[in-house]
Design a binder for this molecule. Sequence first.
Ligand code: IMP
Length: 198
Amino acid sequence: MRLYVATHNKHKIREISGILPEFEIVADNPAGVVEDAPDFAGNALLKVEAIAARHPGEWCMADDSGLEVDALGGAPGVRSARYAGEPSDTEANNALLLKNLEGVDDRRAHFTCAIALAAPDGTRHTAVGRCMGSIALAPCGNAGFGYDPLFIPDGCTETFAGLGAEVKNRISHRARALAAAAEIIASPSGGAAAVDGF
Ligand code: IMP
C-alpha cells in the first residue's frame, strides 16, 4: 500500500521505511505549512491537511516530534528543531541543551512523536508514541540525527546514536507511534491511539 509522508527529513524517511516495510513510502513535503500549534499532534494535523490536499483518496501521513526535558519545563518541546534559533542547527541545539543542563542533576527527558493520518475516506486519525530516558553529560555515538547523541533511553546504557538504527527503530517514540498508525491503517475505525513508555 502506498503511504504519502509529509517530510523532507531523509533520516525520518529511512526510519519510517525501516519500521513500516510493508508500505511504499512516498515523500512529499508541502511547502508553506506554518507549524504554530501548541502541541505535537496539532502540528502533525496541520501538516497532514496540506499533504492530503495534494493526494486526495490516498493514505497520507505527517509527524511532529521532539524532545521534552523535565528540568527545563518541557523544553525544547515543539521548538526542538530550532531550539538554538533559525536556521535549524543540530550541533547548536545539542550544545545549548547541555549548557542549559549544566549542574542539573535531574536529567529526565522523553521524546514524543505524534502522527496524523488522512484516510482515503476523508477521516483523520492521530497516534502518539513516547520514549522515556535521560540526557547524557556529553554527546556520544554517530548514528541517527538530532538529539540522538544525547538521549539515553530507559533500560539502556548508551545513547540512541550509540545504540544504532536497529535498536532505535524497535524502541523509539517514532517506532511506537508508527506501530499504532499501522494499526489504524489496518482498521481505521480505531480513531486515536497512544503508545507510551519503554
Ligand atoms: P520535526 O518533527 O521534523 O518538526 O523535528 C523535530 C526535531 O526534534 C528534530 O529536528 C530533532 O531535533 C528532534 N527530534 C525528533 N525526533 C528525533 C529523534 O528520533 N532523534 C533525535 N532528535 C529528534
